[in-house]
Design a protein around this ligand. Structure first.
Ligand code: 7PM
Length: 288
């Protein structure tokens, strides 16, 4: 099997195999873990668990992007996230991702050894591109319609797949034009960020189209409210729904799956890896 090494700062991952990004919330109001991992040591314990379960990326987030969430101050976000990034880089052989739109936290995280900046606002804030430009970290650009406070009020598109595609195409081109190498970029259609259930399902059915952008595709479906709309289940009972969605995305070529339930997601992705790999075998290779 050919490898597809992709650099995240000074670490690399082989994207020929689907990678699982474990979610590490360090917000006191995180919707799925009630903020119990807000202290440094419990965050490290949770990260280690996820790494043992197969996470190759840990996504540290200190700003809740929950629909309607209150904004945290820059200083508060930096104070929550930086000590966690520092410890994770020091202790584990893992790509440390920072879920932020704040240029100051981007710079700080990069100097602490983070390998990926995951920005749900696609580096749209003043100074964001400058904060990452002179480093070698990877950047994940996500699509969102509107802002977290209001995005789920009335999502509306003429053609959701085309609009998300065009946004990712023009935003990646714009960032490359500002001096970031294209080999550093990942894209994400942003499930649940200004999208109805139908919009989310249109996107999920067209992940193979987003692959054509030429950047590795990352998706986050884990525990999202689209599964509550389908299954009518609370956030802690959406695992099987989330896995079903992750399989559909990965089968079409998504390379990184952002998930809370890392071990279960990793098992599902191992199965999809074998399905995708066997699909490419020739008759010659299949004969004994
Ligand atoms: C409330 C609602 C709290 C939604 C948290 C969330 C993504 C992400 C998030 C994603 C990328 C969550 C989301 N979702 N980053 N950050 N892609 N790249 O479910 O889909 O954790 S926050």
């Amino acid at each position: 099997m050919m490898s597809e090494n992709f650099s995240f700062g000074d670490r690399a991952l082989d994207l020929a195999e689907i990678q699982v990004m474990g979610v590490l919330n360090v917000t006191p109001d995180s919707f799925s873990d009630g903020g119990q991992f807000t202290t440094l040591s419990s965050a490290i314990v949770r990260a280690e668990q996820m790494i043992l379960q197969g996470a190759s990326v840990i996504d540290v987030g200190g700003e809740s992007t929950r629909p309607g969430a209150a904004q945290v101050s820059t200083q508060e976000e930096v104070d929550r996230v930086c000590p966690v990034v520092e410890q994770l880089v020091k202790r584990f052989d893992v790509v440390v991702s920072v879920d932020t739109s704040t240029p100051m936290l981007m710079s700080e995280s990069i100097s602490l050894g983070a390998g990926l900046i995951n920005d749900v606002r696609a580096f749209s804030r003043e100074g964001a591109v400058d904060a990452v430009k002179k480093s070698s970290v990877a950047l994940c650009l996500m699509h969102m319609q509107g802002a977290p406070v209001s995005m789920q009020k009335a999502p509306s598109y003429m053609s959701v797949v085309d609009e998300v595609y065009d946004f990712l195409q023009s935003t990646t081109a714009d960032i490359v034009a500002q001096g970031v190498g294209p080999g550093r970029l990942l894209v994400d259609p942003g499930f649940g960020f200004g999208k109805t259930l139908q919009h989310n399902m249109q996107i999920l059915n067209n992940i193979d189209h987003f692959i054509k952008l030429g950047f590795p595709v990352l998706v986050g479906l884990s525990r999202k409210s689209m599964f509550s709309e389908i299954l009518n289940k609370p956030v802690d009972e959406r695992l099987f729904g989330s896995l079903s969605g992750a399989v559909v995305a990965a089968y079409q070529g998504a390379k990184i799956i952002r998930a809370h339930d890392v071990g279960e997601t990793k098992d599902a992705m191992r199965v999809v890896d074998v399905i995708n790999k066997c699909a490419k075998l020739t008759n010659d290779e299949l004969r004994n």
